[in-house]
Design a protein around this ligand. Structure first.
Ligand code: BDR
Ligand code: CA
Length: 313
């Protein structure tokens, strides 16, 4: 049984990732830590608690950083809705944050059996924990982050993905922590498109509260995608990152050297992989990391819906 900590900024696809993780039999979710990102952190914490209540799950939530390391917060409520959950107005939870996310991460990673860490929001909490305890992130049983755009366009700036863009300094420090990080970038998450047709096919006749939530919460980002990007459907960035982190489906992984740009200009937040052909490590810029480049999208969508509609522990 893998013990997992999910660091997130819920967010519609974060909420779907949480539902997926909760419906996964072979893991124990030790905690959820929240961070400023898609929505202000207080709202993100409430959203995590609401989704837990929806699934009838009891998992501690710890609230983390309210702002990036050095810059102003960047949110994405124009995509995820004012409430961050597609304006679904899920009932408020009476539960509350159990404490500070950064302290929790420090304690959890310093404990004898450190959890697997899956980060699907900006990396501020992880960077702060590493700053307080250098070497901390190397203690995680594994570290997977959703972020970056290697060979594809960005979604927050021309070549920058939202999580790395929203706190580029944090992403830079987390990569620099040399913790064998596995990166799940837009290159692979954009292969998993949840269209209205796929959604309808998988949830047809499903009357559960979870099925209803999935249908309603995805409607807002789907509208944005169709109006602003001219395509039908939304990408399941965070659910895919969780599935890949837990080894639930095969993927092609590339190994290379890279870093995150923090200059504040047009390339701010870009994950730049050094792809110059060389055999000499001294020529390389950045740190060694693995990034996912290909998955079987249909296999993932099947797995996702089988799990999220199949019941909760
Ligand atoms: C990432 O940005 C957020 O808006 C999503 O929740 C996901 O984590 C995709 O770029
Ligand atoms: Ca997210």
């Amino acid at each position: 049984m893998k013990r997992v900590v999910l660091d997130m900024d819920p967010g519609v696809d974060d909420a779907l990732a949480l539902l997926y993780a909760l419906a996964t039999p072979d893991i124990e979710i030790a905690a959820i830590t929240t961070v400023s990102g898609n929505v202000p952190v207080r709202l993100g914490t409430q959203n995590a608690l609401k989704v837990l209540e929806l699934a009838g799950a009891d998992v501690p939530v710890y609230e983390g950083a309210a702002a990036p390391l050095t810059r102003e917060p960047v949110h994405a409520t124009h995509i995820h809705g004012d409430d961050g959950l597609g304006d679904t107005k899920l009932p408020a939870s009476v539960a509350m944050s159990q404490g500070d996310a950064v302290s929790y991460l420090q304690d959890a990673l310093n404990a004898p059996s450190a959890p697997h860490l899956v980060a699907i929001g900006p990396l501020t909490n992880l960077a702060l924990a590493e700053f307080n305890h250098p070497g901390l992130l190397t203690k995680a049983s594994s570290l997977t982050v959703m972020g970056g755009a290697v060979h594809v366009a960005g979604n927050a700036a021309p070549r920058s993905e939202f999580n790395f863009f929203a706190d580029a300094e944090a992403a830079h420090s987390v990569l620099r922590a040399r913790a064998q990080v596995r990166v799940v970038p837009l290159d692979v998450t954009r292969q998993v498109l949840l269209t209205a047709e796929v959604l309808q096919r998988h949830t047809k006749g499903e009357a559960s509260a979870v099925a209803q939530f999935i249908r309603e919460s995805t409607a807002t980002p789907m509208l944005f995608a169709s109006e602003c990007h001219g395509h039908d459907g939304i990408y399941l960035h965070d659910p895919l990152a969780v599935a890949l982190a837990l080894g639930h489906l095969p993927a092609e992984w590339q190994r290379g050297w890279g870093d995150v740009e923090t200059t504040g200009g047009l390339a701010h937040g870009q994950l730049v992989m050094d792809e110059r052909p060389t055999r000499c490590d001294r020529d390389r810029i950045g740190v060694e990391l693995e990034w996912a480049s290909r998955v079987n999208a249909d296999a993932f969508l099947e797995l996702f819906f089988r799990r999220v509609l199949g019941g909760y522990r």
